[in-house]
Ligand binder design. Structure first.
Ligand code: UD1
Length: 382
């Protein structure tokens, strides 16, 4: 059997790494070998957004690079489809495996189905209900087309059933990202927080405040809904620089999109000159895991970090009005609370979070063995 799996952007890498390892393990123990090709669409191409994760997670080099790069959504999706169509025609896989909800996920699932190739979606069934999010469109289309929908939690099964997906296509396998977290936890724990900061400083030589465990906050922001509008981004930056960074050291690995927008809105000098706010480059997997392990608080609009905070127990303020990952919310036992991007609401939950204890939680089947279940499900459906 021949499988092509696809990655395109940063959040895909930690999902594909354990899947590739599961295939390698299967091939050493079974006579029924799986031929596997990894395709990288090239949506993320900076070293820190891509290759660093291949290195950290020991992912073999992609077999095929589509070199799609940046662009509008239509350009990214269109160029990926054109290039991937040729890959499918040449390689004739039995299955295309896509993960997550980025543009590569959508483009390659559509291309596979148009060429009558079976498609498996790992992380199926997540729904924010917010159709203004590009990721929600990607999830909806990919799930509608996929032959095998592998879900991270039981809430996602319900979402798929409500949309009329047949039971026979759905398999509850757990969260594959947690395979990576569990596999890399020890390596990350051995890192010194100060070394993580020193090696990732965005501006060489910037001051590093004294750090003790649980006395600092970490933040990430990249969603268009937070960083693309000046009237939203400016008060957020004022809160972070004028309140959070006054209370404790704040570490901010800056996504390329957020950096561009800070410069565009004239906010760059302010963030650079705020004492206690440490600007970092986009950081690698182990470095992020290490910072998360002992943070007092996380502020983020990333989906994956909500999940990692849940398993590590870090109180997490999710700067969004909705989430496709409700299992990470306090009301479902998780560590995250939705605070949107209104500063008054954020401030209130920020004060609550400061007095919260770290409380790790492990949703069902977030046990580090999801990748093996994914491969088993594909073999069974073949
Ligand atoms: C993409 C995903 C999002 C995911 C995020 C993680 C989609 C629709 N969105 O959003 O779900 O959470 O990745 O990072 O697929 N850029 C660089 N270097 C790079 C990559 C991008 O400078 O290596 C720049 C681009 O030129 C662009 C901006 O960053 O201006 C945004 O990149 P893009 O890939 O369009 O989307 P993300 O916001 O990263």
């Amino acid at each position: 059997m021949k499988i092509i799996s696809v990655v395109g952007a940063r959040p895909n890498f930690m999902k594909i790494a354990p899947f590739i390892r599961a295939i390698e393990k299967h091939n050493t123990t079974s006579g029924n070998k799986v031929e596997h090709l990894l395709v990288h669409t090239g949506q993320h191409y900076d070293h820190q957004m891509s290759q660093k994760f291949f290195d950290d997670l020991n992912i073999p080099p992609a077999d095929i690079h589509l070199g799609v790069g940046s662009g509008t959504h239509a350009q990214q999706v269109g160029n990926t489809m054109i290039a991937f169509e040729k890959v499918i025609a040449d390689e004739k896989p039995d299955w295309v495996v896509v993960v997550g909800d980025v543009n590569a996920t959508l483009a390659c699932s559509v291309t596979a189905k148009k060429q009558h190739v079976k498609c498996c979606h790992i992380e199926a069934g997540l729904r924010s209900g917010d159709w203004t999010m590009p990721e929600e469109i990607n999830r909806l289309v990919t799930d509608r087309l996929s032959d095998l929908l592998l879900t991270p939690d039981t809430l996602s099964i319900e979402n798929l059933k409500k949309e009329g997906v047949e039971d026979s296509k759905i398999d509850f396998v757990g969260n594959i990202m947690i395979d990576t977290l569990e596999g890399q936890r020890e390596t990350a724990a051995a890192l010194e927080i100060r070394d993580v900061l020193v090696s990732n400083l965005l501006i060489e030589g910037s001051a590093i405040p004294s750090v003790t465990e649980e006395n600092y906050a970490v933040m990430t922001l990249h969603r268009p809904s937070n960083v693309d509008l000046k009237d939203i981004f400016t008060p957020l930056v004022d809160f972070l620089t004028g309140e959070v960074a006054i209370d404790m050291p704040l570490f901010w690995p800056i996504h390329p999109r957020a950096r561009k927008q800070l410069e565009l809105f004239g906010l760059w000098d302010k963030v650079v000159s705020t004492p206690n706010l440490v600007l970092l480059r986009p950081i690698g997997y182990h470095d992020m895991l290490r910072l998360n392990m002992n943070a007092k608080l996380f502020l983020t609009d990333s989906g994956g970090l909500q999940e990692e905070c849940t398993v590590l127990g870090t109180p997490c303020l999710t700067l969004r009005w909705n989430t496709e990952r409700p299992i990470t919310l306090y009301e479902h036992g998780g560590a995250s609370v939705l605070v949107g991007n209104n500063v008054e609401r954020i401030r209130e939950e920020y004060q609550n979070a400061l007095v919260k204890e770290r409380k790790p939680v492990r949703p069902e089947l977030w046990d580090g063995k999801t990748a093996e279940r994914c491969l088993e499900a594909i073999l069974k459906a073949s």
